[in-house]
Design a protein. Structure first.
Length: 280
């Protein structure tokens, strides 16, 4: 039964993604070649409508096929899609993206996040995300040397360019500050002091706060906790998931002073690790 559900879900997601990419490519190409800045900024709105349709279709699929039970706790004031938002979240699986997209569909602007440079080559999705202004950045691997000077310069250029596009219209920027998905092996190899988390990194969050400046008054602290084993994407599509709990709280926006921001993140991660230690 799970294989049948998985096959049906994969077909729906694949077909929906292809159908969504067609108008996104058309709008994206127009946005690249039209020299009128105001018109290019306006095109972000119909592109967001297309993304909303994709998220709504995935939400329908989850509910119809009962793929995963999502329990969401949102702060009462979070109901306005016209405000810029910054979301800080832990990261364990590709399923996290779906959980966040579906949960924030009606209460936040279209979600965007920093993603690995290699993912731009993913068929259909990679180019679509580039047209939508998802910043593609190089990330250091868990083993081997860190980023080269050239890669660092490219990252800085991309963050500045794409960050400015965040100002065109309200957007919700997700910061997976761990830099990669959590696993016990990564935790141990990196010497993380946490049980359920990797060490947080301030780079992407700092850039987001600097770019958005006074457009954001608060930050949203999101904690994703799965019941049982952390599912993979196929587990989600086939309904082999026990459930997930998403807890979101509003917290004061931190300063952009680098040392203070590092301490702020460490304190936030201490609290989040304690929260994740308890059963959902």
């Amino acid at each position: 039964m799970h294989r049948l559900i998985g096959a049906f879900s994969a077909f729906v997601v694949a077909m929906t993604t292809v159908l969504v990419c067609i108008p996104l490519y058309v709008l994206g190409i127009i946005r690249l070649i039209v020299p009128i800045p105001s018109f290019r900024r306006w095109l972000a709105y119909p592109m967001d409508v297309v993304i909303d349709a994709w998220v709504s279709s995935f939400r329908w699929l989850i509910r119809t096929c009962r793929l995963i039970d999502i329990q969401v706790e949102l702060p009462p004031p979070l109901r306005d899609r016209r405000n810029w938002q910054v979301i800080v979240c832990n990261h364990q699986s590709w399923v996290d993206i779906v959980v966040l997209q579906v949960s924030f569909r009606d209460v936040a602007p279209v979600l965007k996040f920093f993603t690995k440079h290699e993912l731009i080559w993913v068929p259909f999705v990679g180019l679509a995300m580039w047209f939508l202004g998802f910043p593609y950045v190089y990330r250091a691997k868990s083993t081997g040397p860190g980023l080269s000077e050239t890669q660092r310069e490219i990252n800085e250029t991309v963050l500045k360019r794409e960050g400015r596009r965040f100002l065109d219209k309200p957007v919700a920027v997700i910061n997976f500050v761990e830099g990669t998905r959590f696993t016990p092996a990564k935790r141990d190899s990196r010497g993380s002091p946490y049980v359920n988390l990797l060490r947080p990194r301030r780079g992407g969050l700092l850039q987001t706060l600097v770019v958005l400046e006074d457009r954001v008054e608060t930050v949203l602290n999101a904690t994703i906790q799965y019941r049982g084993e952390v599912p993979g994407f196929w587990d989600l599509l086939s309904g082999r998931t026990s459930g997930v709990r998403l807890v979101v709280e509003e917290i004061p926006k931190p300063t952009t002073d680098q040392g203070t921001l590092t301490n702020w993140l460490n304190d936030l991660w201490d609290e989040k690790d304690q929260q994740l230690t308890s059963k959902p």
